[in-house]
Design a binder for this molecule. Structure first.
Ligand code: ADP
Ligand code: MG
Length: 696
C-alpha cells in the first residue's frame, strides 16, 4: 500500500495546495470566503482558476466539470476539455474564472417539478468555494450548486448551504449572548455512517431485479440468515478486505476521511464511517463515497448494493447522520462543558434540539421518505417510522432535575444545577447502548438513524439545520430582551422540557408497546412515503422555510412533486421488472419443473402401477396452483400499472402505486417464493439468497 499520509488528499485542491500555488492576497480572500460563507470576489476567480487548471493538468486531468447534485439524488457531471484553439492552429489549455464560477449544463432532463418550464431549459451551476475541487477520472471536478435561471434551487446543495447559513445566523446570536464574542461562524458538523451490501457480479448479472431495481423482488431465505449474529464485527473475508483497502485508498486520495470499515449485522453487509466534517463537505463526500463504492466493487468482480432493502428477511441498510454544531473557535455546542457557562450553552442547545424534533417530527420523517426506505422503517430491524429522542438515563435525570428545579446527583455524586455547578461528563456507554432509537444523543452529538442508505444526506441536514435555527431564533429573541440572562436561560430550558418531553423515549423503539404509547403521547406515525411527503407543503412548513430563506413556496411544492414522482417511478420500474420476470422466467420455470414431475409420474407408472408417486403428484398440484395464481396476479399487476400511468395528479398516483401496485407485487412474491422453495435448483432461473449472501 502507498503511504497514506502522502496519498491523503493528493487529488484535492485543498488548503496546502492553495497556499502553495495562489498569490498571498488571493489565498487570503478565498479563505475568508470559505470561512465566512460570503460570495466570491470575481476578480480573484481568474487567478484561482488558472492555478487550479495547472495543478489539475499535473494530476493528469484533461477535462473539467461542474459537479452537482440534482434532485435525482445522485451526482451529475458534464465534462468540458480545457483545450482552446490558438491562431496558429494549435491548442492551449485554458480555464477562466468565468468557467470556474458559473456553468450552463444542458439540464432540461433533470427533475425540476415544474420550476423550470421547458422553453427555459437552461439551469446554471455556481461554484461552491466551501467544498474543495478535486481530480477524479482525469477530470477536475468543481463542486457546484444548481439553480434555475430565476435562481430557484434545483439541487440538494443549494438548500443545504442556505440552511447552514440560517443556523449560523441564529446560533451566532446565541453564542454571542453567552459571551463568546470572538466567534465568527457556527458550523454544523456531520459524520454519516454508510451501510451497504456486496454481492458477486456474476450472480448479480443473472438477476433482472438487482440490475433494474437494486433489490430482489422475489427470493426465499436460506436456512442460515443473520440469527447467529456471527457476521457483525466478524472477520472480514479476504475478497471483501481487498475491496475495503482499495476503497479506502480511493477515498483518501479525494480527501474523504474514511475511518472505520466493518461487517454489519446481515451477511454480506458492511459499513463505512468517516470522521465528521462540516455538513456541506460531509454531504459531498458521502456522494463520492457511494459512487466510489460502486466503482471499486466492479474492479473486484463485486457489485455494491446501496438499496435500503436488497433482501427480504435480512436487515436492510441505512445511514446514521451524526450531527452537531461547532464554532470556528472549537466549541462543540452539544458537548457538556467543563465550566458552568458551557454547561448552560449545552443545555440550551439540547433544549433547542428537543423542541425542534418534537415540533417538526413530520419534517424529519419526510427527509428520509423514499420507496426504498419504506421497506425498512417500521420493520423490526430499523427505527420505527415514529420519531422519538433517546437521551440516556443520566441526561434524562439532569433534565428532570432542571424541570423540577432540584439538584441532580449522578452516580459519582457530582452535583449539578444550572448556572453554578458542573454537569458531569456524560459517559458514552450510557448513551450508546440503545440502537433502536431513531434519534439518539451519543455523548456530544445527535445520531439520526432513519436515513436510507441510498439517499443523499442533504435533505435531512437541511431540515435539521432549519428547524433548529428556528428554535434558536425564538430563544435568542427572548434572551436578547431578558433582564436577567441566567434566569431566562433556565426558564427557557425548563419550559422546553415541560412542553416537549413527550418526544423523549429511552425504551425499546422496536416494541409494539411503544407504538401504542407513542399514539397516546400524540406522536406522529407516518408509515409510508405517500403518508409523509405531502405534508412538506403545509402552510406551517412553508412559513418555516421561507422565514429562514432556505426554500421558497415554489421550491417546496416542486420538491413534493419530485419526491412523489421518484416514488411512483421506482415502484413503476419494480412492477414492470416483476411482470417480466414472472412471464419470462418464473412461470416457464415452474411449468418446466411441473412437466418434469409429470414425466416422472408417467414413467413410474409404466414401470409399475404400484410405485408410489404421491410426492410428485402433490408437488404438481401445488405448483400448478401457484403458477395459476402468479399468472393471474401478473395480469392484474399489468392492468394496475397501466391504470397508474393514466393518473395525472401526483399525490393520487403515488397513493395508487402504494395501495394497489405494491400490494399485488407482495401477493405475487408470496406465490413465487413458495414455488422457489420446492422447485429443483437446476430449474430455477435465478441465483438464490444463499448464493448471493454467502458465496463471496
Ligand atoms: P460510534 O457511533 O461507532 O460509537 P463515534 O461516536 O466515534 O462512533 O462516531 C460515529 C460518527 O460520528 C463518526 O462518523 C464520527 O466522526 C461522528 N462524530 C463524532 N463527533 C461528531 C460531531 N461533533 N459532529 C458530527 N459527527 C461527529
Ligand atoms: Mg453509529
Amino acid at each position: 500500500m502507498d503511504n497514506i499520509v502522502e496519498i491523503f488528499g493528493s487529488n484535492v485542491f485543498n488548503d496546502s495546495v492553495m497556499r502553495e500555488r495562489l498569490p498571498k492576497d488571493t489565498y487570503k480572500a478565498l479563505k475568508s470566503t470559505m470561512r465566512e460563507g460570503s460570495t466570491i470576489d470575481s476578480s480573484i476567480a481568474d487567478e484561482v482558476a488558472s492555478a487550479m487548471k495547472d495543478w489539475a493538468i499535473e494530476k493528469g486531468a484533461t477535462h473539467f466539470t461542474h459537479w452537482f447534485q440534482p434532485l435525482t439524488g445522485i451526482t451529475a457531471e458534464k465534462h468540458d476539455s480545457f483545450i482552446a484553439p490558438t491562431d496558429d492552429d494549435r491548442i492551449i489549455m485554458e480555464f477562466s474564472g468565468k468557467e470556474l464560477i458559473k456553468g450552463e449544463p444542458d439540464a432540461s432532463s433533470f427533475p425540476s417539478g415544474g420550476l423550470r418550464a421547458t422553453f427555459e431549459a437552461r439551469g446554471y451551476t455556481a461554484w461552491d468555494p466551501s467544498s474543495y475541487a478535486f481530480v477524479k477520472d482525469k477530470t477536475l471536478c468543481i463542486p457546484t450548486a444548481f439553480c434555475s435561471y430565476c435562481g430557484d434551487a434545483l439541487d440538494k446543495k443549494t438548500p443545504l448551504l442556505r440552511s447552514m447559513d440560517a443556523i449560523n445566523k441564529q446560533a451566532l446570536r446565541i453564542v454571542k449572548l453567552f459571551g463568546y464574542k470572538d466567534v465568527k461562524r457556527v458550523n454544523t458538523t456531520v459524520g454519516p455512517e454508510q451501510e451497504y451490501f456486496l454481492v458477486d457480479k456474476k450472480m448479480y448479472d443473472l438477476r433482472p431485479d438487482l440490475i433494474f431495481c437494486g433489490r430482489t423482488l422475489i427470493g426465499t431465505m436460506p436456512p442460515k440468515g443473520q440469527e447467529m449474529d456471527d457476521h457483525y464485527f466478524g472477520v472480514i473475508k479476504p475478497r471483501v478486505a481487498a475491496f475495503m483497502r482499495d476503497l479506502d485508498n480511493e477515498l483518501w486520495k479525494l480527501g474523504v476521511l474514511a475511518k472505520t470499515e466493518h461487517n454489519e449485522v446481515a451477511p454480506a453487509q458492511h459499513e463505512l464511517a468517516p470522521i465528521f466534517t462540516t455538513s456541506n463537505i460531509a454531504a459531498d463526500h458521502n456522494q463520492l463515497t457511494m459512487e466510489l463504492m460502486k466503482k471499486t466493487a466492479e474492479r473486484h468482480g463485486l457489485v455494491c448494493l446501496l438499496h435500503e432493502k436488497p433482501f427480504d428477511g435480512v436487515n436492510g441498510s441505512g445511514k446514521h447522520n451524526n450531527w452537531s454544531l461547532s464554532t470556528d473557535t472549537g466549541i462543540n455546542m452539544l458537548s457538556p462543558g467543563k465550566n458552568p457557562s458551557e454547561n448552560k450553552l449545552f443545555l440550551l442547545t439540547l433544549s433547542a434540539v428537543i423542541t425542534a424534533v418534537d415540533k417538526h417530527q413530520d419534517l424529519l420523517r419526510i427527509s428520509v421518505a423514499t420507496a426504498g426506505n419504506d421497506h425498512r422503517l417500521g420493520a423490526n430491524e430499523a427505527p420505527p417510522a415514529i420519531i422519538s429522542i433517546f437521551l440516556g438515563d443520566e441526561l434524562t435525570d439532569i433534565l428532570e432535575s432542571v424541570e423540577k428545579g432540584t439538584h441532580h446527583d449522578n452516580a459519582e455524586r457530582v452535583k449539578m444545577s444550572i448556572g453554578s455547578d458542573i454537569i458531569p461528563y456524560i459517559r458514552k456507554d450510557n448513551t450508546d447502548r440503545n440502537r433502536t432509537s431513531p434519534f439518539a444523543f451519543t455523548g456530544n452529538k445527535f445520531e439520526f438513524r432513519m436515513l436510507g442508505s441510498a439517499s443523499s444526506i442533504s435533505d435531512t441536514n437541511v431540515i435539521m439545520n432549519t428547524m433548529i435555527a428556528d428554535v434558536f431564533s425564538q430563544f435568542a429573541d427572548r434572551l436578547e430582551k431578558a433582564k436577567d440572562f441566567d434566569s431566562e436561560v433556565t426558564a427557557i430550558i425548563r419550559e422546553s422540557i415541560i412542553k416537549h418531553k413527550r418526544i423523549i423515549f429511552n425504551g425499546d423503539g422496536y416494541s409494539e408497546d411503544w407504538q401504542a404509547e407513542a399514539e397516546k403521547r400524540g406522536l406522529l406515525n407516518l408509515p409510508s412515503t405517500v403518508d409523509a411527503v405531502p405534508r412538506l407543503s403545509s402552510e406551517e412548513n412553508i412559513a418555516l422555510f421561507e422565514r429562514h430563506k432556505v426554500l421558497s413556496r415554489a421550491e417546496i411544492t416542486s420538491r413534493v412533486d419530485i419526491l412523489l414522482e421518484n416514488y411512483s417511478k421506482t415502484v413503476h420500474i419494480e412492477a414492470l421488472t416483476m411482470i417480466d420476470m414472472m412471464n419470462r422466467d418464473v412461470i416457464p420455470a415452474i411449468t418446466a419443473y411441473t412437466d418434469r414431475l409429470c414425466k416422472a409420474v408417467y414413467d413410474k407408472k409404466r414401470i409399475s402401477e404400484s410405485i408410489d408417486s404421491s410426492v410428485e403428484k402433490e408437488l404438481i398440484s401445488r405448483l400448478s396452483a401457484a403458477n395459476t395464481e402468479i399468472y393471474h396476479l401478473t395480469a392484474d399487476l399489468k392492468m394496475a400499472v397501466s391504470k397508474a400511468e393514466k393518473i395525472d395528479d401526483m399525490t393520487e398516483k403515488s397513493r395508487f402505486y402504494h395501495d394497489s401496485v405494491i400490494r399485488l407485487m407482495e401477493d405475487i412474491r408470496c406465490y413465487a417464493d413458495s414455488a422457489e422453495s420446492v422447485v429443483s435448483k437446476d430449474c430455477w432461473p435465478y441465483p438464490s439468497y444463499g448464493d448471493l449472501l454467502f458465496k463471496i
